[in-house]
Design a protein around this ligand. Sequence first.
Ligand code: ATP
Ligand code: MG
Ligand code: MG
Length: 282
Amino acid sequence: GHQLGGRYEILTRIGGGGMALVYKAHDILLNRNVAVKVLRQQFVHDEEFIRRFRREAQSAAALSHPNVVSIYDVGQEEDTHYIVMEYIEGHNLNEIIHERAPLQADEAVRIAVQIGDALEHAHQNHIIHRDIKPHNILIGKNGRVKVTDFGIARAVTSSTITQTGSVVGSVHYFSPEHAKGISTGEKSDLYSLGIVLYQMLTGKLPFFGESPISVALKHLQEEFEEPRKVNPHIPQSVENVILRAMRKNPNERYQSAREMLNDLDTCLKPSRLSEPKATFTS
Ligand code: ATP
Ligand code: MG
Ligand code: MG
């Protein structure tokens, strides 16, 4: 197959969206598989897209966490701009939801906890993901959750509206404030995580519609069907977490990933939550 940077042998295409294509590749030097994300050809002469692509790599590379996909390398070979990262053998959460949602509460909560851990680490490093959705959550064969695609991540302090003035992200997971194009912060990521949890447990989105605008308006104005009305098997404690994460007023939401994680922890069955206790004999 094609070789990139004298080192990465491109094997098969594994994904990609509007901006980039993702390939499984083999790193010949280190003799291991990697994922290579390549900026789409139509954008390689657009400085803004190249900047955004590099920022994606920088945001993710600033993080080092077991639930965040690791960045190994970035490069450019003629017109090909690429990011090399850890290869996750498994599925993205969107595939899992479409295959077998609703998930058991325990499984869904365990996935949400790992996403929350990744967000806590990102937020502590002043990075907002801004595109938390099932496509961007990878689940390895071992069940380990990895958050990827920091394509529109931002430093906490900078403005939320892009330089071109467009709103970015996936409208189904937008927080109301994101839909309005105003400040997005940590709490916007927690709203999106609430939606992901809702979707894992009900198999459906809380808001959907004809157009992105109509969905955005629903985030702002409409109430959604309560999760337990869709799926009565959802424990009350888990529904409470979803309702709190999805409050329209950011001030009524969890104020930090840690706060949401504390509530998610109490949703897990105590037997599996507690570490085996050390036994002391005298
Ligand atoms: P765009 O930025 O153009 O929207 P994208 O955001 O869709 O592209 P990603 O979200 O990074 O690109 O990846 C798309 C898909 O490729 C993922 O949903 C996943 O299925 C697969 N994928 C991405 N990164 C990896 C990886 N490191 N290991 C395994 N599969 C991956
Ligand atoms: Mg993506
Ligand atoms: Mg992306």
